[in-house]
Design a protein around this ligand. Structure first.
Ligand code: PLP
Length: 430
């Protein structure tokens, strides 16, 4: 896999990485769905050797599946990672990553602009367990100021939801390197590397919800953890990485700079069973085959629609990092390639107008997802971010009249017509 990743470009890797030319067992060109929970061993010695990790082989479906393996390897190749792990959801990837790093007495620094589910892992699991969490602005100064000798990681998102804030990943990586702390990026909005490859900017671990653009058709829930193999896991901060197992081995002695991947595998799959099904992995692979084409079109349409909304009298603000007026525009131009994302938000002048808009679109579906081939809209204040305290919602740029639009693949002129008729209904009802 690393050879292929060095040789071919993104569009080629999204079709081929992780897969032999055809299925070795059947010659099938598509990656087969290996619908099996278990694998027959060649004999007693083979079974023992597979379980001891002395030979490569599939132990059991909770940990191993060939379809899932291709999906994980393809994502690793696209993101420039050394190893990939696929899990049952983006939330499973986040939970596994945070539990693998954190410990009682530890300290995690997170961006104050995070997906609500990620905050929920910090509130419901890390803090009650005794790991302190600081939510700060995703900039190098605020992060440097929050560092302590107990800090076990810095976590940001490539493009924050819904504000569109893009952190300067390279500048943050300089701070994490200087403090010998791993840098973790939720790159869900970076579209598996098509818009951003955080590892190229100094990230050590990348996390994904595959439910969004990777799948791209709103047909399954999945996630992934990708390890750059760039962090060395010092014992003072990460004692669990140096604890000996029954055979006297530690995560670090077993895997060196890939110790995190092994620990995440053992916690997320072996222990917690957050396994991605082979059916979902197959859908993920289908999605990946056309990722760059879909994301490019959605980004181009999002940029055009963001400018179109800016011109409408009903609209107070449009949030899109592709607009020159957006506070992140300059940084986004350095961090992102191929576009500024497929999501923008707008705020209406009239209170109640957001609700009327949501009730009156005909093409855009009102639902809680992003990255679908179909355009989807939602009011984050009352839905995706409703569990956050009001003050935190406002700090994260979530206001009551905000509408989030994740742009799909429809003709952009049809979307404009749909949005215009919904805005005109708003004018009548307000
Ligand atoms: C940025 C981000 N990270 C993680 C997740 C969680 O992913 P999933 O819904 O696949 O569990 C989401 C879901 O909306 C998300 O937007």
């Amino acid at each position: 896999m690393p050879d292929m990743a060095d040789e071919w470009g993104f569009d080629t890797l999204q079709l081929h990485a992780g897969q032999e030319e055809s299925d070795p067992a059947s010659g099938a060109r598509a990656v087969p769905i290996y619908a099996t929970s278990s694998y027959v061993f060649e004999g007693a010695d083979h079974a023992a050797a597979v379980f001891a990790g002395e030979v490569e082989g599939n132990q059991y479906g909770r940990m191993h599946n060939p379809t899932v393996q291709v999906f994980a390897e393809r994502l690793a190749a696209l993101e420039g990672a050394k190893r990939g792990l696929a899990l049952s959801s983006g939330q499973a990837a986040t939970t596994t990553t945070m539990l693998a790093l954190a410990r009682p007495g530890g300290h995690l620094i997170v961006s104050k602009e995070l997906f609500g589910g990620t905050f929920s892992v910090t509130r419901r699991l890390l803090e009650p367990w005794g790991c302190r969490v600081s939510a700060v602005a995703a900039d190098p100064e605020a992060i440097a100021a929050a560092m302590t000798p107990e800090t076990v990681g810095v976590w940001v998102e490539t493009i924050a939801n819904p504000s569109g804030t893009v952190p300067d990943l390279a500048a943050i990586a300089r701070v994490t390197r200087a403090n010998n702390v791993p840098f973790l990026v939720d790159n869900t909005w970076g579209c598996a590397g098509y818009l951003c490859r955080p590892i190229d900017h100094g990230a050590d671990i990348v996390v994904h919800s595959a439910t969004k653009w990777i799948g791209g058709h709103g047909t399954f829930v999945g996630g992934a953890i990708l390890d750059a193999g760039t962090f060395m896991w010092p014992e003072e901060r990460f004692p669990a990485f140096h604890q000996r197992d029954q055979k006297g081995r530690t995560y670090v002695s077993r895997a060196g700079s890939l110790a995190f991947s092994v620990r995440a595998f053992e916690l997320g799959l072996f222990t917690m069973g957050m396994t991605l099904s082979p059916y979902a992995a197959f859908l993920g692979l289908q999605g990946l085959e056309t990722l760059s084409l879909r994301v490019q079109r959605s980004c181009d349409s999002a940029a055009e629609l963001a400018r179109w909304f800016e011109q409408r009298g009903e609209i107070k603000t449009v949030l899109y990092p592709g607009l020159e007026v957006h506070p992140s525009h300059t940084v986004a131009s350095k961090m992102l390639t191929n576009g500024y994302g497929a999501v923008f938000c707008f705020e209406t002048h009239e209170s109640g107008a957001a609700k009327a808009f949501l009730d009156n679109t005909r093409l855009a579906s009102h639902l809680a997802n992003i990255g679908d081939a179909k355009t989807v809209i939602i009011n984050p204040w009352t839905t995706t971010h409703a569990s956050m305290p009001e003050s935190e919602r406002l700090a994260a740029g979530v206001t009551p009249n905000l509408v989030r639009v994740s742009v799909g693949l429809e003709r952009v002129d049809d979307l404009k017509r749909d949005f215009a008729q919904a805005l005109e209904t708003v004018n009548i009802s307000s």
